[in-house]
Design a protein around this ligand. Structure first.
Ligand SMILES: [Zn+2]
Length: 239
């Protein structure tokens, strides 16, 4: 029984290591997905800037066209001024010319503020473009690292599975079934080391009678509290 339990302890170690490797392998694509998301954020930011630049250029063209219209209108009005005899009409037309002039000045100011914003955006875009390229390079190299790591974990796992198969063949089938059953209902840990007459998994005391029997190592004992297979080792007890 002692040897059989020791084989189970070894099996448990391998199972835990295999679970750890499987978890690492699953993390690979997730880590790559997170990196892709970071890249996407910068790309979307750049796209938003580019859209804003297009909008600003469109506004600028519109203001320029409006100013041209205003100037043409003013020229026409000035021509009409010569032929007006009525004082009231003359003043009204002068006022209208003055209004158009004011509107054009306002539009010139708008063009200036468009140009100012465009200049800022172009500078920002240049910086963002550089950091995009840097990030693309970084992600490429991180992806390579992650893929290499995952490949290494997969290799380790397949070695582990081979050794596990061999190990399982040396374990009594009824004992193995019990191990699997306890593992499934005890959060993946079927075997508990006993140290100082205490179960190392549930941290409760083993009754003295059972503790004495356990040290003989000739029968299978389950923890009376957590129902895991108890494992006692002389060296561990002395340590
Ligand atoms: Zn226990």
């Amino acid at each position: 029984m002692k040897e059989q339990i020791e084989l189970l302890v070894k099996l448990q170690e391998e199972d835990r290591e295999a679970d750890r490797l499987k978890w690492q392998i699953r993390q690979g694509p997730e880590r790559i997905r997170v990196l892709g998301k970071e890249l996407q954020t910068i790309e979307e930011d750049i796209e938003a800037d580019e859209r804003r630049i297009q909008d600003l250029k469109k506004s600028q063209r519109q203001y320029e066209a409006d100013i041209e219209d205003g100037l043409a209108h003013t020229r026409k009005s000035r021509g009409r001024l010569m032929n007006i005899k009525n004082n009231r009409e003359y003043r009204a037309l002068l006022k209208e010319i003055e209004e158009t002039k004011k509107e054009n000045t306002a539009k010139e100011d708008m063009i200036l503020s468009c140009l100012e914003e465009l200049e800022g955006l172009n500078e920002e875009l240049e910086t963002k473009g550089k950091s995009l390229i840097a990030m693309q390079d970084r992600i490429k190299s991180e992806e390579t690292t992650i893929n290499k790591e995952v490949a290494r974990f997969q290799e380790e796992l397949s070695d582990m599975e081979k050794s596990r198969k061999n190990l399982i063949q040396t374990i009594d089938s009824r004992l193995l079934a019990k191990y699997k059953q306890i593992k499934a209902r005890s959060g993946g840990i079927a075997i508990a080391l006993v140290y100082n007459a205490t179960c190392s998994e549930c941290h409760l005391s083993i009754p003295p009678q059972m503790y004495n029997e356990l040290q003989k190592q000739d029968t299978l004992k389950l923890c009376p509290h957590c129902q895991r297979i108890l494992y006692w080792k002389k060296a561990e007890a002395a340590a």
